[in-house]
Design a protein around this ligand. Structure first.
Ligand code: MLT
Length: 269
């Protein structure tokens, strides 16, 4: 895997590249970074695509740039700049959860750049009042009690329980490391952006590129029922429910994820 940096205005974005063939851009979730795609970037998908895993501003190896809010449109503009820098062709876009919100924002503002969409463990609806209050509470937690307190309350929602304890522990360790390495400023800016993101439900019917919707059967955040609704709203979209997974399918079952995405990409003309 090769790491490159793309600098513009007051921003510097790290992109991690592996594989060969047409470009596919991978957009991580919250509170994560490109390392959530590590399994995908070492597996069979690299035979089909040049995988470009972006560290969104403030995440992974991309520094926090002074923004008090990380709106999904801001992230989408960053992704568009990365795509423009790397290629003149439209790309396959894969977004997990917050990355899926960014993928939808990219479709809203820069659809010419999008060749196909994979919406993974994500939602189209915005936060309801309880959800918004939860974001505010999370900001208080991280600022007053620190990252460990915030992350401890999240792990059980992100990962399904596994019968294999050793594997379960390593998954939890990987997520914990990523989340606890995010600057607190990034976490607060992300939470504001997530809280204030628009409802994209009506956008779904405008999507005209091939779309795959992937969800873990045990995902409590972006549920299978909601994912089915998303798939039904996009003409010709395909839904894959991955058994035994929670909110992080590409980490929890990398093999099944690669099979689903690989088959989807094979079917593209
Ligand atoms: C994510 O995984 O990106 C988050 O769960 C998104 C969210 O909290 O809405």
């Amino acid at each position: 895997m090769e790491t490159r940096f793309i600098s513009f205005e007051r921003t510097r974005l790290a992109v991690h590249v592996a594989g060969r063939g047409p470009l596919a851009v991978l957009v991580h979730g919250y509170p994560l970074d490109h390392r959530m795609w590590l399994d995908a970037m070492q597996g069979s998908l690299t035979e089909q695509r040049t995988l470009v895993a972006i560290d969104l501003r403030g995440h992974g190896q991309s520094p926090w740039c002074g923004d008090t809010t990380h709106g999904m449109d801001l992230f989408a503009d960053d992704v568009a700049t990365v795509v423009h820098t790397l290629t003149d062709e439209p790309v396959d876009v894969v977004g997990l959860s917050m990355g899926g919100y960014v993928a939808q924002a990219l479709w809203a503002a820069h659809r010419k750049l999008v060749r196909s969409l994979a919406l993974v463990d994500t939602r189209a609806a915005g936060d309801d009042d309880a959800g918004k209050a939860g974001r505010d509470a999370a900001m208080q937690t991280v600022v007053t009690r620190g990252r460990a307190a915030l992350v401890a309350g999240m792990l059980d929602k992100l990962l399904a329980k596994r019968p294999d304890n050793a594997r379960d522990l390593m998954l939890r360790a990987r997520v914990q490391t990523m989340a606890e390495s995010l600057p607190v400023e990034t976490i607060v800016a992300d939470l504001r952006g997530l809280r204030d993101r628009p409802d994209r439900t009506s956008l779904l019917a405008t999507i005209t590129v091939p779309t795959l919707v992937v969800v873990g059967s045990e995902d409590p955040i972006s549920t299978p029922a909601e994912s089915e609704q998303i798939a039904r709203s996009i003409l010709g979209a395909r839904l894959a429910v991955v058994p035994g997974c929670g909110h992080l399918v590409p980490m929890e079952d990398p093999h099944a994820f690669a099979q689903q995405l690989g088959a989807f990409w094979k079917g593209l003309v």
